[in-house]
Design a protein around this ligand. Sequence first.
Ligand code: FES
Length: 400
Amino acid sequence: MSGSPSPMRELRRDLFRRVLGHAKAGTTDLAADAMRIDPATYFDEANFERERIRLFRETPLLVCLSPDLPEPGSFRIFDDSGVPIVVSRGSDGQVRAFLNVCRHRGGRVVSEESGRARRFTCRYHGWTYDTSGSVVGVPSEQFFCGRIDTERQLVECPAEERHGMVFVQASPGGTMDLDAHLGDFGAELERLDFAGSEPFMEQKFQSTSNWKFAMDTYLESYHLPTLHRDTFAHVFESNLFLLDMFGPHYRFTFPHKGLEKWIGRPEEEWPIDAMPITYFLFPNTIIAVGSVSANGSSFTTHRLFPTSVGEMYANVRMYGLNGIQSPEHRAEMASNFEKIKGAAADEDYAVTGESWGALSALPEDARFLLGRHEIGVQNFHRNIALAMNQAGEEVSLVRQ
Ligand code: FES
């Protein structure tokens, strides 16, 4: 078995030690108490609109990884927040984000999903911009009376490339405090070395469900034996959940089955490369780093976005963590991607899609109950409430 990079091996060893401790004691990470939440947190329209602004317009969002913008001129469309944005790597190597709106009369400047270009030309009347957003060509410019000036630049959105990741805040002309958002989670992301990863596959899913209702499914392993009984239930423990908090972000893991057999065995024998690790980047992104196989390592990003209170969109991408090592590695990743797609579309998004619409039929005083072992879901709802309160919104939808 090939070894993962040293920082990851050390992390995996530490996590293995901790899950083994839990297995030995018959314990798991738990919240202090069970928690009640109001189902209206998923279907209340006014609540949804407030959260959409706070969490998707005023919070840094992961757009892609650095290797998705591999060279000067590489660009990607980012419309997922509801604000049309194009993200590009300039000729100076810097990543920038612009409102994808022409400063002449509002045409869409970039139409392709992704690609490489030295210039962006609006297809309406042909105004052309460079990768720093400046107008560099205007047909029949003489009719604009010398008024094509810096005010005609594309409107910039805050963007930063950090830890091999590209973050954008969908607030045109605004500012972004990425350090404040990531806190000490940044150091954790740094050891993953995403800059050395290689994009492999991408899939988009639409679901008739509220985005938080779908997000909850990623944050607990309680549902594995039932919802995923034919897929992940055979592979992963459902009653052993390890959670580390970094502000509103998490690192969590639920280990492979059969852990007990390693109790009492020397550390050198532990299958630490098999430890899967999952990250939750608040508010909407899961990064699932799989086991290291004989062929190599891979991970998937799952980014969820609301399109309305009852519709969402998920973008799932797979990458080779240290590149795609061989045809065998590629074939293994393709097979894993099919399994992930099947579980997401046919199980997770299916169950949330079929049930969420009935929530508003519950009596007004009905509450859902999150168990102590659903600590990841509990904290997700707490942290949304905290983010809303920090923005001056009174949130009363989450109750103990
Ligand atoms: Fe873009 Fe006219 S709207 S050139």
